[in-house]
Design a protein around this ligand. Structure first.
Ligand code: FUC
Length: 870
């Protein structure tokens, strides 16, 4: 292993510990300073824990996650379980109270519409404000008991190591994206220490390992470790020593009696004692190589797609004492080495599908490869310049902010979004929330909820295009969890068929508006339809027809029906969204562009889904008459789509946000929802609607290139869809420079994960787009990335795509039609037509699963120059 002494820290560039080998570019986030050993931070004040927010490193298995602070004397690890929520039907208010959240307001719609016809927007707005809110408050103090609830911490564990932290050197706290493991290593008084942390999806446990020694073959710590669980103060928790080296914490939240359990098993120990103050003393077996702590956590929450509205326990159905016992028992029998191997295999199977290399000639690794920089004793500055990952991430980021070029940091940011997706969204639990999985307090920003007017949707943009379809499953389940209650909401407010949701949701199927009369954010009937578009997206990438038939179609069709019923047939002949808004500013409108954009998308998706299933004869039917009902629905969707209020261009040449031309060019609001049709939708584009695309550009110029993290992430995607690579790159640069914390978490502020996912999706959009029915290669390549390779991206239509470019132009694209995601359930067509576009050139060719097609520019034209089977 090659060791470089950089900035007082030892930087391993070897193959041990899951790090990449010399010559490859490691994907890692690391710091050379420990967090202070502070055990006084309150779980009530989520904003005060700056180290947690800026410098901790997250791990997770989709459900159970942690942040590693890497403090020396007393290690601090924050814990989260994704379903640990207050609120829901099991508060003291009971099920009736929980579900009684919708107002019966549909009968007000004619009055609002009449007021608009009378030119009386004030009355229209007043009626909407008073009647289109809901009954449940959004703040924990707004009602008793608090029923919307909040995602809440699982607590923290302190590990008192007894190490003197006054004299530490070669400290390193490193998250390897290549292996999904955090390593904390340092030396103190001639002794080396190493700790390793990972969260395993296949075995549903988290594993911590404590070693004394710098090498892989360590020895167990020579002094006892003392552990203490600092639990959620809004819960009752009991500790039981279930075996000499196994401890069980049983908890129950005060608000809704949700039960949870945390189980700790200590391997490689001589004995454990309970000490006063809740400390567990662990005496290592010094004849062994390490002390390993295996943790399992769970709650009594169960997902429910068909909740009984009278049942307070509709979401209760798991015994966490039992599930954690089973997991620990199994993990014990596997042991550390097998747990590690199984975790690594599972993680790499997903993560390694996509690689990205930007400007390799500038990234330093070529110069480093032969080791001459080290051998010739090059100065530290030379080394740092050539090997940017030898710098701690906070210093790299600072250098990037000052204009430093660092393509490997950009790649790392891209891959970090994929890492965070794998760590926070695996099948069997709820989707990634506002902070993914990692929330610090009893309560958090916006309840750390599911925000449906951009945030949860943005979280899932990269799951499809960056080849992580398995991670999409929690979003699908979340959407399913909203349908039954959303049907009640659709009826109550709009007298509509179908279902919808509103601005915020939780893990208990909440779909009503909240109680605030601030309609700028709280009027959000497009939440449901926007979510429904994700079902089609999943099909478009996966080509999983069984999914379309069995899961998606009815939900999507019901959403299209909701849109049809919600629309107002205006006397001018257009179907118009009234009342409507464009989040989260401006008036109540009679036809906000955002709403029409979403409806256009849902109707198109529903029609396309109908066509797919009608052709294969698999429309869901209980009896024969259902076929004609489906056909009638589809005819209505087509009719409404043809008569939907059109996009309008205003006096500045801008795509109008509102039904009238009131846009303010000074308005730099973070939301750009009226460009929904440009991105994530597909009804606006420079290719199909060039004039309207120009109008989108005007909007983005007005809005500017700053904003909150997620907003920069969105505008990056939108500039990419406008095929302006340099502008997209400058938005990406702004996101990384001004919307990113030292640990590369996106910040709103505070930490909010959507921008990470939006950033990863946006980089993908710069290199590959496929939303218009063809594979568009390098649609927005910036000058800053003249050379590069991306491998393993997915394109709609069921293709996997690699692209190589040099000198700013395409070298070759390799396109492989994939088997349908759930191939066993689908009839595989022998050939699919693949349409590829590069610049102004397009090429069609028949493509077969199992074959890879190489596309190049030959002369002035595109051609499939070679074909290989794989
Ligand atoms: C949306 C945004 C806010 C914030 C919140 C969680 O409402 O407008 O900026 O991101 O979600």
């Amino acid at each position: 292993m090659l060791l470089l002494s950089v900035g007082g820290a030892w930087t391993g560039v070897g193959s041990a510990c899951g790090q990449s080998v010399v010559g490859e570019r490691p994907l890692q986030i690391w710091f050379d300073r420990p967090a202070p050993s502070d055990t006084t931070l309150s779980l009530y004040d989520y904003g005060a824990d700056r180290y947690w927010e800026h410098r901790s490193l997250p791990i997770g298995n989709g459900a159970f996650g942690a942040n590693i602070l890497g403090s020396v004397a007393i290690e601090r690890i924050t814990l989260n379980e994704k379903t640990l929520w207050t609120g829901g039907p099991n508060t003291a208010g009971g099920a009736d109270y929980y579900w009684n959240v919708n107002k019966q307001s549909a009968h007000w719609l004619p009055d609002i519409r009449q007021a608009f016809l009378d030119g009386d927007a004030v009355t229209a707005s007043r009626i909407t404000r008073r009647n289109f809110n809901g009954l449940a408050g959004y703040e924990p103090w707004s009602e008793q008991p608090f029923r919307f609830g909040s995602y809440t911490t699982m607590g923290e564990v302190y590990v008192d190591t007894g190490i003197d932290e006054t004299d530490i050197n070669v400290y390193k706290r490193l998250l390897s994206l290549d292996s999904a493991k955090v390593t904390v290593s340092f030396a103190s008084k001639q002794k080396h220490y190493r700790r390793e942390y990972f969260a395993s999806y296949p075995d549903s446990v988290m594993v911590w390992r404590f070693v004394e020694s710098a090498s892989d073959e360590g020895v167990a710590p020579s002094s006892p470790l003392r552990l203490r669980y600092h639990y959620n103060p809004e819960a009752d928790v009991e500790l039981e020593q279930v075996a000499s080296n196994e401890f069980l914490y049983r908890g129950r939240l005060h608000n809704n009696a949700m039960a949870f359990a945390l189980r700790l098993y200590l391997d490689g120990v001589q004995e454990c004692h309970l000490l006063p103050g809740g400390w567990i003393e662990v005496v290592p077996d010094t004849s062994l190589a390490d002390v390993v702590v295996i943790l399992a956590a769970d709650t009594d929450y169960r997902m429910n797609f068909d909740p009984d509205f009278a049942d307070a326990k509709a979401y209760v159905g798991v015994d966490p004492v039992q599930t954690t016992a089973v997991r620990i028992k199994r993990a014990k029998s596997l042991g550390y080495a097998a747990l590690w191997e199984r975790h690594l295999a599972d993680y790499r199977e997903l993560f390694d599908r996509v690689s990205l290399e930007l400007n390799p000639e500038k990234a330093g690794y070529v110069a480093q490869r032969d080791g001459t920089a080290v051998a010739t004793g090059a100065s530290l500055a030379t080394l740092e310049a050539k090997i940017p990952w030898a710098l701690p991430t906070n210093q790299r980021l600072e250098r990037y902010r000052q204009g430093g070029v660092d393509p490997n940091l950009e790649e790392t940011y891209f891959q970090y979004g994929r890492y965070l997706m794998i760590a926070s969204s695996r099948a069997g639990t709820m989707p990634a929330n506002l902070q993914g999985l990692w929330a610090k307090g009893v309560d958090g920003p916006w309840r750390v909820d599911y925000h449906n007017n951009i945030n949860v949707q943005m979280n899932y943009w990269p799951a499809t295009s960056t080849n992580l379809l398995e991670c999409y499953q929690p979003l699908v389940d979340y959407i399913r969890s909203l349908v039954k209650s959303g049907t009640v909401t659709a009826q109550a407010y709009y007298g509509a068929r179908g279902w919808t949701a509103s601005i915020s949701s939780n893990v208990f199927g909440f779909t009503a508006p909240l109680s605030s009369e601030d309609m700028s954010w709280n009027f959000s009937p497009m939440a449901g339809p926007w979510l429904a578009t994700h079902l089609w997206d999943y099909y478009a990438y996966s080509q999983d027809e069984a999914f379309l038939r069995d899961t998606a179609y009815e939900i999507l069709a019901a959403s299209a029906n909701f849109c049809v019923d919600y629309l107002w047939e205006h006397p001018d002949g257009y179907y118009t969204a009234a009342p409507s808004t464009s989040p989260e500013h401006g008036p109540i409108d009679a036809g906000a562009t955002f709403v029409h954009g979403v409806i256009r998308e849902v109707l198109q998706n529903a029609i396309a889904a109908y066509d797919v299933l009608a052709v294969s004869g698999s429309l869901p039917t209980a009896d024969a008459s259902d076929i004609s009902l489906h056909a009638a629905d589809c005819a209505q969707w087509k009719h409404v789509l043809e008569h939907l209020a059109p996009y309008q261009v205003g006096r500045y040449g801008q795509l109008q946000e509102w039904s009238t031309d009131i846009d303010d060019p000074q308005d730099d609001h973070r939301h750009v929802n009226h460009l929904f049709g440009l991105h994530p939708g597909r009804t606006l584009s420079p290719i199909t609607t060039p004039q309207l695309a120009e109008a989108c550009k005007v909007v983005l110029n007005h809005r500017g290139d700053g904003a909150t993290g997620w907003s920069m992430g969105w505008k990056l995607n939108q500039w990419a869809r406008l095929h302006d690579g340099d502008r997209a790159y400058s938005l990406f640069g702004n996101l990384l420079k001004y919307g990113t914390l030292d640990n590369l978490w996106d910040t709103h502020p505070p930490f909010q994960i959507d921008g990470n996912f939006g950033g990863t999706a946006g980089i993908t959009e710069m290199l590959l787009q496929s939303h218009l029915g063809f594979i568009h290669l390098l649609p927005a390549l910036p000058k800053a990335w003249p050379t590069g390779t991306v491998r393993g991206l997915l394109a709609q239509g069921g293709f996997e795509v690699d692209v190589e470019w040099a000198g700013g132009v395409l070298v070759v694209a390799r396109i492989s039609p994939r088997s349908a995601f759930a191939a066993q359930t689908r009839m595989e067509p022998v050939l699919r037509t693949c349409t590829v576009r590069y610049g102004d050139q397009t090429l069609d060719f028949p493509a077969a699963v199992g074959t890879t097609y190489e596309v190049r520019v030959v002369g002035d034209a595109l051609s499939v120059s070679s074909v290989s089977s794989r």
